[in-house]
Design a protein around this ligand. Sequence first.
Ligand SMILES: Cc1cc2nc3c(=O)[nH]c(=O)nc-3n(C[C@H](O)[C@H](O)[C@H](O)COP(=O)(O)O)c2cc1C
Length: 162
Amino acid sequence: MNERDGAGNSFRELMGHFPSGLTIVTGLDKGAPTGFTCQSFFSVSLTPELVAFSVRKESATFPALRAGGRWAVNVLSAAQVRIGHAFGRPGDRFAGVAWRPGLRTDCPILDGSLAWMECVAHTEVAAGDHDIVISRVVNHGVGEGFPLLYFKGRYAHLDPVS
Ligand SMILES: Cc1cc2nc3c(=O)[nH]c(=O)nc-3n(C[C@H](O)[C@H](O)[C@H](O)COP(=O)(O)O)c2cc1C
């Protein structure tokens, strides 16, 4: 047990104790595929079908997606850990990554994703050093496999409770 009032125990470390899945938010920048690793994804509304994520105000990738008003969210499978790494750091993120354009938005749907959704912009809420981006799902699909998880700053696999 490690109880503190915040001092010394970083907020990042605190939040690391909340496990999540991982997504890659993808889109097009002047016709070229682009995207970033995103942990903060969550579902917002059933009717209409809304989802959200928070994005760093300093993100170099998201402004082009915002300008186009559309993006795709790819839920990573355990087999896609390399993609999770690659899209979370600078470099040619799409090198060796197979994808197809979504039918409704043209945004990249990554092969092997556990689930994917094409989204259009709905609302944005400024929140500290991030923006909360709410979008409407206009097309979606599911794949096969198990999820890639993120916990305490590390990638992890699902270990189902028996
Ligand atoms: C595991 C993981 C989770 C991340 N989650 C988010 C997130 O929820 N929101 C965000 O803006 N950036 C998140 N990032 C950071 C972005 O992936 C990172 O800012 C981006 O790759 C940097 O490039 P950009 O400037 O092109 O956005 C995450 C990175 C990693 C490795």
